[in-house]
Design a protein around this ligand. Sequence first.
Ligand SMILES: Cc1cc2nc3c(=O)[nH]c(=O)nc-3n(C[C@H](O)[C@H](O)[C@H](O)COP(=O)(O)OP(=O)(O)OC[C@H]3O[C@@H](n4cnc5c(N)ncnc54)[C@H](O)[C@@H]3O)c2cc1C
Ligand code: SF4
Ligand code: SF4
Length: 1015
Amino acid sequence: MPQNNTMQDFAAERRTSLIRHLRKHTTAEVRFDETSRQLYATDASHYQIHPLGVAIPRTVNDLLATVQIAADLGIPITARGGGTSLTGQSIGPGLVIDCSKYLTAIAEIDVTGRRARVQPGVVLDHLNAEVARFGLIFGPDVATANRATLGGMIGNNSAGARSIVYGQTVDHVRSLTAILADGTRTHFGPLTPIEYERKLELRTREGDAYRAVDDVVQTHAIEIARRFPRILRKVSGYNLAGLLPAQDRQLDEQGQTARTDTSLLPRSLVPLLVGSEGTLAVIAEAEVTLSPRPLHRGLLVPQFDTLAAALDALAVCLEFKPSAVELMDKMLIDLAREQRGLKNTMLSIRGRPEALLMVEFSSDAAADVSYRVHELQRRLGSAVGLVAAVPALDSSLRDPLWALRGAAVPLLFGMPGDRKPVTFCEDCAVAPERLPEFAHRFREIFHRHGTDGTFYGHASVGCLHIRPVLNLHDPHDVITMRRIMEDVTDLVLSFNGSLSGEHGDGLVRSEWNRKMFGPVVYEAFRQVKRGFDPENLLNPGKIVDGPAMEANLRVAPGLVPHDPPTILDFSRQGGFFRSVELCNGAGVCRKTQGGTMCPSYRATRDEMDTTRARANALRIALTTAGTQPATSEALREANSSRSPIDQRWIHAVMDLCLSCKACKTECPSNVDMAKLKAEFLHAYYQKRSRPLGDLLLKYIHRLSPLAARFAGVNNWLNQRPLIRNILESCVGIDRRRSLPEWHRDHFRKWFSRRAGSATLSSRKHGEGPTPTDRRVVLLDDCFTTFQEPQIGQTAVTVLEQAGFTVELAGICCGRAMLSKGFLTEARQLAQLGLHRLEQAAAANVPILGLEPSCILTLADEWPELVPGGIARRVAAVVELADSWLARQVRENQLPLRLPQFSGKVLLHAHCHQKALVGGQGTTDVLRLLPGAELTVLDAGCCGMAGAFGYEKSHYDLSVRIANLSLIPAVNAEPSATVVATGTSCRHQIRDLTGRRAFHPLEILAGAYATSITGR
Ligand SMILES: Cc1cc2nc3c(=O)[nH]c(=O)nc-3n(C[C@H](O)[C@H](O)[C@H](O)COP(=O)(O)OP(=O)(O)OC[C@H]3O[C@@H](n4cnc5c(N)ncnc54)[C@H](O)[C@@H]3O)c2cc1C
Ligand code: SF4
Ligand code: SF4
């Protein structure tokens, strides 16, 4: 006991010293708080290790000093990029160094020499966007290219679908600036024999490293050559084979012809450092080589009635020299079919194939690509089991199909329920010609262990992703995982394959390296590690001396996570916890280009502000509070106590979520953080008092009429600095944000003045309704009604001129309540609203809306607040007014003759609209205007998100988000007419550009007055 206390004191002292020195000697962000430790405890694997703390270096000097300080204190470090590794190699118990936030500079692009120098945090897609201007590309194309960093790719020796052309990362790294375990900065690259000899003589850590490597390669060359598989895709162990002379890598099956001429040894340790998972050195800069970017690509997608038929067709495909052949099996195809974002793409998949190949061709000549696509199609015509072969030469079809493969892994994790395809034996590689037999034998192993799995991946290079479906919460399945691994390692050895052809060893496979490489080579690995890192400080437990694969699992087997009761309906996902657990950590929410997810991360580039962090925070809280109850009573009791998510640190992680819903569609697992956040806020404020601003929002539907009644005074007061100061300090509304103008003559008032106008509630019983096919109900949301009544008036005019009778819904959707987690109250409003709308919905009367966030609440949240047939019926007839109008025109019910519109129109669609129904309807309506040059902006989120952008604590972030894309896009077209579907978006555009943005119907109405014909 006293000894334990001493050890604890010692550990605490070292931790304190580490923090002190990091703060004193670096400008890095130093985070040792619980929240950061929790969020960096996971990556995309099923492991979890809480680090001591996190350092986020701002400069390479920070990185150097950080490693030096940790080394002096004997504290282990784990360097980290995007944290998208699948085998747990980017987590560790010591100091995690996140290189992805600031070390993102591309220091040099040498176009003639086809080289670039990059810092470790540069994201692959960002590098490729820069070098594309020069017709160049960094070849290895990981599926995670939009968030994987070059440091991480080097750490894992990453490769992608086109490795048949580009090989692996190791083939494209020329030199490295690295920091050794003792904190010394070193350069690794090609050396002359004399330089190499000098390195061997150095009495430094660098010298130790060179001597260790030299010794093992000289001593064990034959065994190394014999034990390393002779295939393209192999990333297990230290890449000692990469240091052998080329002829030694081409041994015959028995390794009998090996003759090592050591004078031929390559004089660079770069091939060893690449793929060493941060266990030999920390990379500070890399010099990488670039390849010419092919001008044309084309795809053929042959579809088969069995997996075996698809694999048998591989040989023919390879004859045509493709740049990639990717496999997808039935499980994946079926999952893709259910993914909202992939719906259109899946139309190209005919019938119900059991497997498909994506055969890609690349060339500088379009004719060459087209020729090979069609020739292969012709050759496959007679292939056994072929059900269809779809050529995709045009980018509009080719790109989404290609992206379908990229979305594969996260889709698997999105499988509902506890049983998921688990990643542990999922990137074995063998010679491609042996793939059919290998896959067959693999499946036999699954069946022997009472499960099945999914097969997909890089067929062209014999590297398939094969994942058995298991439940790692179940101790029995954890045992099965090990048993399967035992059989799989035997199988891979018998095929002379590699246990990992892509994702590395990490915490899953390091313990198997002795078996896979034999004792001699394994000991050689250990000797190399000792040469570089005798104190075992660099990412310990990876590649050598790894823990058992079932240690450190995210959720301890047998643990029953707490699943709190909820107001919203989570039954489709199997409850709140499973809804959280849909997040697999793959990190698509770290992308920064295209789409909207996740605006908070895009602005801060901080792991804490990702969707993943929010899901991790909730999961950790629920599993920490989980129990291992012996009885169901115990389980019930555990689940009925105060909600474990009701914690301040989780509030901090949730705080910057804008509830934009982008993740609901763009996260491949459809993690719906807006819904989870609403439920979290509801739980969080059960026993806490609410900020005044929240309470005002809660009653906005009651306060707005009052504000409008005294509009003159209110609008005047809202301009007064004193009032703004009071609002800022008491209500939290930032004084820099303009306030909306109230209208005394608001929309409902205007509407009720008109003869024949009715709200649903004012329609008396027995009063004959207009024929249903001429009736529409318009949602008079609070924003339109009291702040932008001209939009409501325009909509009514347009709809009436088009021959429809408009009734107002006269309800509030509860959007503001939902955004602040007032779920009980939101449910009451929804019940009231459903009661009002029930009859109209039953009669199939369209319920239209002008404000996307409001009208879509009826379709998205109401069925989850009040599950049942009525809510479903209402949801089914709900639509945005503009998109409904476009449909009427398309279906020829509404002949329009619109006058010429001259000029450019920029369209920015609201996030909820993009996430739930897409912007196509609005695009269609604007395309009706002859002469309008429409540009649909891919400008992410406006940053306003209802109340979010008003709040003092969020104003700066709100502006930063807007300035990422939307505001520059608007400013770039000073004479264009700006259209934005959401009131928040229009507000933000006006505040930050001084320009007025219009609702789409306003634009249409401007050109509309005399345009309806025949009515
Ligand atoms: C859905 C999905 C698909 C994937 N597809 C592929 C694929 O097609 N091909 C493929 O190869 N991989 C794939 N991966 C695995 C992973 O995304 C890649 O290996 C990626 O390159 C890792 O990059 P990262 O920035 O996330 O690195 P991280 O996960 O952060 O780190 C990876 C390793 O590099 C080390 N490291 C990071 N920075 C440094 C540094 N500065 N110095 C030293 N070591 C460092 C880490 O310690 C760790 O060991 C996939 C993963 C997922 C979730
Ligand atoms: S939230 Fe979605 S995109 Fe982000 S890591 Fe989780 S599963 Fe991936
Ligand atoms: S709702 Fe929007 S801000 Fe919140 S996590 Fe999802 S994408 Fe990010």
